[in-house]
Design a protein around this ligand. Sequence first.
Ligand code: ADP
Ligand code: MG
Length: 689
Amino acid sequence: MNKPELTPETSIRFIRGVGEARYEAFLRLGIETAGDLLACFPRGYEERGRTVTISEAPEGELCSVVVTVSETTKPVRIRGGKTLFRSLVTDDTGSMELSFFNTPFMAKTLIPGRRFRVFGRIRHTLYGKEMVSPKLEPFAEGGELPYFVPVYRVSPPLTQKTFASAVKNALPLCDKMQNVLPESMIKARGLMSRGDAVRVLHSPRGAEELARAKRTMAFETVTVFRLALARLRSDSSGERAVPLGLKGSGAKLFFDSLPFTLTGAQQRAVKEIFSDLARERPMARLLQGDVGSGKTAVAAAAIYLCVKNGYQACMMAPTEILAQQHKKTLDKLLSPFGIKTVLLVSGLPAAEKRAARAALASGEADVAVGTHALITGDTAFHNCALVVTDEQHRFGVAQRAALLGKSERDGRRAHMLVMSATPIPRSLSLIIYGDLDVSLLDELPPGRQKIETRVVRGEDMEKVFAFIRRETGSGGRAYIVCPLVEESENSEKRAAESYFGYLTQGPLKGIPAGLIHGRLKQAEKEAAMAAFSSGETKVLVSTTVIEVGVDVPEATVMLVENAESFGLSQLHQLRGRIGRGTRRSVCILVNGGGGNEAADRLRIMRDTSDGFKVAEADLQRRGPGDFFGERQSGEFSLAFSAISDMSVLRETDGIVKELRAREGEKEYAPLFAAASRFLQKTGGSKTVN
Ligand code: ADP
Ligand code: MG
């Protein structure tokens, strides 16, 4: 049989290196065609450093050396149950020692006479040069030495190697790839053609071309996204909303009933929101405030006003746990005024979901709190006039649009309040949220404890667990975030359960503990959360499902395993779960083997408590990709996470205006088509019209 010609539509099955055996594994990653494969850009690059000889190897700098093994010791046991072995290696200029921890099997690879390329940081010691835990690969004479090696998002049975080799076999497609950006723009802005950029992202030969390729893809993605956003907006300009007035609402009663006095920042935000709500123009406002700044109370005030005007309101949260908690808070604050709230999450029993939807459709319920379940097909409101979304950066623009679409009635659309704890620079918030007005909660409620943050290594865990035993023994409670698993959802369950078993039978034996992970049923999650909240359990082991919003004032310890693999903003969110009461709180970040860069980032966490500074540092280091997280990366192609700095965002400011003037020109057609596809893909245009 003739091999089918390679096109972007060629099934991944026909790509050399995939075959029937790995076909399924690629499908699970959402990769069906050769084109899909090339669109999966590396999540990062491993830097191999420049290649040097042993004699010229600079102290402390990352570099590669081609060496021959001279002798290797037997692995020996050392402190803490670890093993260590050493290998002496040479090149024409000298010799150095390699040491390896906990990899006894590798000793068998390092056979005298074999040649390897090793890379790591070289230390100059009293006894000569050494490299600790270097990475190594067999050296083949004349082999190319790439400086950057792509690292893909893969999960077993796929490996970096199999993935990279499949990509390599699809690379010829780059030669025929069409540009999305107009040729003139590519030239004027010093970008690459699309095909070149894709090829370079998968096989960079140097730092400079890699940077240019990233910039090209980022520029394209951001431009397409901005164009799509602008369309969404212009579709909705001139829309009207129901004005929600303050008069006769009894709002003073509401504020008097709160268990605390609003902070100055909260009062300002409420004022801004109330003045928006009173207008006929739909409110589109972002309420931005660090974790714990009290966004929920502000939202509750807006909801109060809306319901007192005779309309329904809804609040969407990214997780069921959070939705559940908001339901509780809103009940506490609003039920004294006869305001009825229902919960709508997918984990509810079918009968309860039906009842909740019926109450919303009839108008019997005033407020809906829920997750994505709110925007699925059969949810309908009686007369919703306010849509609040919490931790919005988890939601896509399209989801927000869908919720607004649901609440549209008689040509009037709902007011929108978006709450986010991730402080993001204005230019970035424009990209994520579109053009929203911003209210800032730049003040924490009084009496908050400063959280102490410590960074530890695996070998300190004994002390850490002793601390947790003492703390929980004296009235504190601890969150423990599981080590990260990169595999399927099922393995998340397995990993969480086995880690839980290890803790409760080992270091934390005898302490009442609960477990939460994404695969639990809604009722089970609620039960685990409630037990922790009431103090029945003192330790809550969890995957990152607790990351956002959860509020248990008695929690005083946050232990994060594999902290090195989280984004800083994510860690800041996790840390925000503690320090909510009057007791001293401690956040412990376990660096489970990250390199210098990771240690550096964790130091920032240790030294910075201000969410804005954390976000800024995150942005500088990892680019804006992290702000979107993986969960909603569907909306932004992975290329977006390749933006390594903010310059592309700045550069595309004002580009929409420039482009709209060219609409209809042939050269610009692919770009406009891409924006339309983007909206169709996310369902945005349908729900807004
Ligand atoms: P976030 O902004 O992170 O969503 P929350 O709304 O969950 O913060 O509020 C955090 C905690 O602070 C809650 O326990 C809430 O009751 C409390 N709180 C909110 N506003 C105030 C205030 N003005 N004074 C004292 N406590 C407050
Ligand atoms: Mg919150």
